[in-house]
Design a protein around this ligand. Structure first.
Ligand code: ATP
Ligand code: ASP
Ligand code: MG
Length: 329
């Protein structure tokens, strides 16, 4: 999911790197404040929707023995993985809370969401994609016994309600950001494409191709990736999905999940991912305690970046985290 953006970035003109707060002009501060208000509105609207639909709000964790392997991934762009010892044990900073979600949704929290800070030290060359930052926040959610269709309906509802609310309540901010007219309330249900048909049409750069061609958000399904997404071993089809926004690209990834021990083990071994990092989840699966779930994570800076029409999503961060750029704050 990563390689094409790297290639695209080599050809595209460089996107300006957002400045830290103390270097902004008065006008830039006004713009930053507008984006900040849109972020507050977006967080409020989405969390309200999830709570109203019966999801429990979990607080995030930052350090854990087990985190997302982010592998296999054809264009993996993680420059460094952060691992430290605490109390004599190695822990990693959260890449995503996918493993925690699987365990939580299988036990005490059948429907859950988390505003989860993710650390991914992306390669410095990704500074100018405009879509990558090295610390970001996912609205990460999971539901027991849910299907992909359930997740599509949930997300379509949440995003349509959000844009409807923004257009009603945030007209001044959207006008200042020149998004008052161009931001449209999406029409559900969103179209669904299979990655195979997009590859046939656009080739390997299908992510850029579809993002350019659409006027409404669309789903893309059947994307080979990490072991925790469900794969039908008979057909080779993956029951997973990404949400693509017009002129912007991927804003969400998710899936129906694997929960059967043998399948998870086979995939972990085939991916050459370290088994010992996933011992707990493997044991739960072996004992039949891992339940069928489905879920996804929405990148908050990307979603707000699309709403606000920014060139670089670090504009949505009070303290920009641009790959290769370390500021004092
Ligand atoms: P990409 O292919 O665009 O690099 P990804 O597919 O590797 O992203 P996922 O692992 O699917 O990313 O992460 C889930 C969601 O988190 C993404 O859909 C996106 O919204 C967000 N996200 C992932 N990486 C970043 C990043 N470096 N900066 C900002 N948001 C990100
Ligand atoms: N949040 C994603 C999911 O739910 C995992 C990821 O961050 O890659 O599938
Ligand atoms: Mg993804």
């Amino acid at each position: 999911m990563r390689i094409k953006q790297t290639q695209k970035q080599e050809l595209a003109p460089l996107i300006e790197i957002p400045k830290p707060l103390h270097q902004l002009t008065d006008l830039e501060i006004q713009r930053k404040a507008c984006i900040g208000k849109i972020m507050t509105y977006t967080l409020t609207s989405l969390t309200n929707t999830f709570v109203k639909k019966g999801f429990q709000w979990l607080l995030p964790i930052a350090l854990s023995q087990s985190t997302d392997p982010l592998w296999p991934d054809p264009g993996a762009s993680i420059e460094k993985r952060i691992e430290v010892d605490i109390y004599g044990k190695p822990v990693r900073t959260t890449a995503s809370m996918i493993i925690h979600k699987l365990v939580a949704a299988s036990t005490a929290y059948p429907k859950l969401f988390i505003l989860s800070p993710n650390i991914r030290i992306e390669k410095a060359e990704r500074a100018h994609t405009g879509k990558h930052i090295y610390e970001f926040t996912q609205l990460d959610f999971e539901a027991r016994d849910a299907t992909s269709k359930d997740i599509f309906a949930l997300v379509e509802d949440a995003i349509s309600l959000l844009v409807e609310g923004l257009k009603r309540d945030m007209q001044d901010e959207l006008t200042m950001l020149c998004r008052c007219d161009s931001l449209k309330i999406p029409k559900a249900p969103f179209k669904i494409y299979d990655r195979v048909e997009l590859e046939a049409k656009y080739g390997s750069d299908w992510e850029a191709g579809i993002a350019q061609d659409i006027c409404e958000p669309v789903w893309v399904t059947n994307i080979p990736r990490e072991f925790y997404d469900f794969e039908d071993f008979k057909t080779g089809k993956w029951d997973n999905y990404d949400l693509f926004l017009p002129q912007f690209g991927e804003v969400l990834s998710g899936a129906k999940r694997e929960y059967e021990y043998k399948k998870i083990l086979t995939k972990i071994e085939c991916d050459q991912v370290k088994k010992e990092n996933y011992a707990l989840v493997l044991n739960m699966a072996k004992e039949g305690k891992l339940k069928p779930t489905a879920g996804a994570g929405i990148g908050m800076e990307r979603l707000v970046g699309w709403i606000a029409g920014v060139k670089h999503i670090a504009e949505c961060q009070p303290f920009p985290r641009v790959p290769g750029n370390v500021n004092e704050l």
